[in-house]
Design a binder for this molecule. Sequence first.
Ligand code: PXG
Length: 295
Amino acid sequence: MADEMMIYIDGEYLKKSEAKISVFDHGVLYGDGVFEGIRAYNGRIFKCKEHIDRIFAAAKAIMLEIPLTKEELTEVVLETCRRNDIKDGYIRLVITRGTGDLGLSPTKCPKATVFCIAATITLYPQELYEKGMPVITATQRRNKATIVDPQIKSLNYLNNILAKIEANRAGAPEAIMLNHDGIVAECTGDNIFIIKDGVIYTPPIHVGILDGITRKAVIHLAKELGMTVVESEFTLFNVYNADECFLTGTAAEVIAVTSADGRVIGDGVPGPVTKKLLEAFHGYAQHEGRAIYEG
Ligand code: PXG
């Protein structure tokens, strides 16, 4: 184990204390860049290709040229884990517009900055997984796809951070974010699902959400278990009156929501479908993914 965490920056692996980027980096000055939060389970990068593909898609959307191929970027993720002896961990891959001048034009940034951190994760407390968690609805709406598409996992997370502040102030770990029309979109760092009369519902991408990788994995697992999953629009009424509700995300995995805006959901405890999916997800995550170490 390295004494100090080693961080990849632009072709080098540097000690945490030496890993720095410029104050002229447009990722800092303007939030101009994209990122991924990735998990390693049991010596494997979970959904490695999906995360690499998503960051390339986000970069394409903002006309940011990643100075590495997909294979090279994958190797950066793997090697950062190796250098830190990571078997189970949380990886942050960031690509910024790079160092430029004080103007906002990206043409002054000749080369993107790429960095990768492989660390351990701080999960929600175990108690929340066992008992479920409360959420509130933020007054802050999810930004519109016609302004900055939530499919772009950009370095400008202020929209979500403002909603997270509302959750924190209300004593809830997460906040539901509605889209501009009042349709349930997602949470600040998680996608949302509800279950009613045996059918699982989750908002479709077009309402303005991140195309979550855990969301997709859970839809796949639910279908494999013979469950019906429908991507359809719904409102808070449907959340309040659902039999079950849960969130999915790289950090949270699958977590039950047992109340929303003070309304108890279902029986007020994690329901059978949520529990089954969490168990299925845990099993799946142990063997899915790109091996970090040979042999
Ligand atoms: N929606 C949003 C807005 C997100 O930021 C998800 C859904 C879930 O997507 P994945 O692909 O992870 O299943 C995210 C996840 C964190 C954290 O530490 C999570 C995210 C970003 C930053 C931090 O919980 N994004």
